[in-house]
Design a protein around this ligand. Structure first.
Ligand SMILES: Nc1ncnc2c1ncn2[C@@H]1O[C@H](COP(=O)(O)OP(=O)(O)OP(=O)(O)O)[C@@H](O)[C@H]1O
Ligand SMILES: [Mg+2]
Length: 249
């Protein structure tokens, strides 16, 4: 099995402490909460960072953990750990039956932590996630691991998280402090609750205790970025959905 290095640097003290708290809160949600979906309202709120650090924190304690990178549209993790080569077998290959589980499962330099990276950007991420192979994958992971952490795209921009949520035991919503309008976050929460999967809680991320205004400014500038990357994907998906509805008529 191929191995990737994710634990080169220790987490900074405050991040480590925050992750321990998140880990403990998760453990207190009950033993039946094993498959955890991580999402947010908008892009860049820190989902992948929180997902990976939570996995590291759980693995440090000896739990067997797998991180499933289900953001097949714009996976930062796949770009980072496959050195930008998205052709390496990953989730999209598995869900489209191009690769088997043993080909996409990666070991890490942490004994208890495995990862499945997103794989190549597929033309139809939402349809792939609705595929029964995704359900099967999570069933296998549930058997093999103590925790399955599923990193997904933002709920307000694409439907992917809402598709995977019913297969999970709980949702953790990452909220970037000062960057998300209240109504948008509320609408994201409503969408998540409508999936029937319990929202276990939220992580307030990127909190700047010294100077809140700076973070407002940063969020404002980043808005173009969110729309640039996810707006078009959403548009594509909507078009495909409409096209498939028309062809069914
Ligand atoms: N608490 C934090 N403090 C400072 N920077 C952070 C924090 N959390 C995440 N970041 C940084 O913010 C950027 C976006 O983080 P990340 O990729 O985890 O977000 P994301 O929500 O997964 O984004 P996307 O929607 O694109 O998948 C990264 O550069 C990351 O290092
Ligand atoms: Mg991400």
């Amino acid at each position: 099995m191929q191995q990737i290095v994710i634990n080169k640097r220790d987490m900074p003290y405050d991040v480590n402490e925050a992750m321990k708290l998140l880990r403990t809160n998760l453990q207190f949600c009950g033993k039946d909460k094993k498959v955890i979906l991580i999402t947010s309202t908008l892009a860049d709120e820190g989902k992948s960072t929180v997902a990976l650090n939570l996995c590291r924190s759980l693995a440090q304690l000896g739990s067997r953990v797998i991180l499933v990178d289900a953001d097949m549209r714009k996976s930062v993790l796949a770009d980072r750990y496959n050195r930008g080569d998205r052709n390496q077998p990953g989730l999209s290959h598995l869900l489209s039956a191009r690769s088997g589980l043993e080909e996409v499962l990666l070991e890490t330099d942490m004994e208890n932590l495995h990862i499945i990276l997103a794989g190549r950007v597929p033309p139809n991420p939402a349809e792939l996630l609705s595929n029964s192979r995704m359900q099967k994958l999570l069933e296998i992971c549930r058997e093999e691991y103590d925790y399955v952490i599923v990193d997904t795209p933002p709920i307000n921009l694409v439907v992917d998280a809402a598709i995977v949520a019913p297969l999970c035991d709980g949702i953790v919503m990452v909220v970037s402090s000062g960057n998300v309008p209240y109504r948008m976050a509320q609408s994201a929460l409503d969408q998540l609750q409508a999936t029937g999967c319990p929202v276990l809680g939220a992580v307030l991320n990127m909190v700047d205790q010294k100077n809140d205004k700076y973070y407002y400014r940063k969020g404002y500038y980043r808005k173009g970025y969110y729309q640039k990357y996810y707006g078009s994907y959403y548009g594509d998906y909507r078009k495909r959905l409409e096209k498939s509805k028309r062809s069914k008529k």
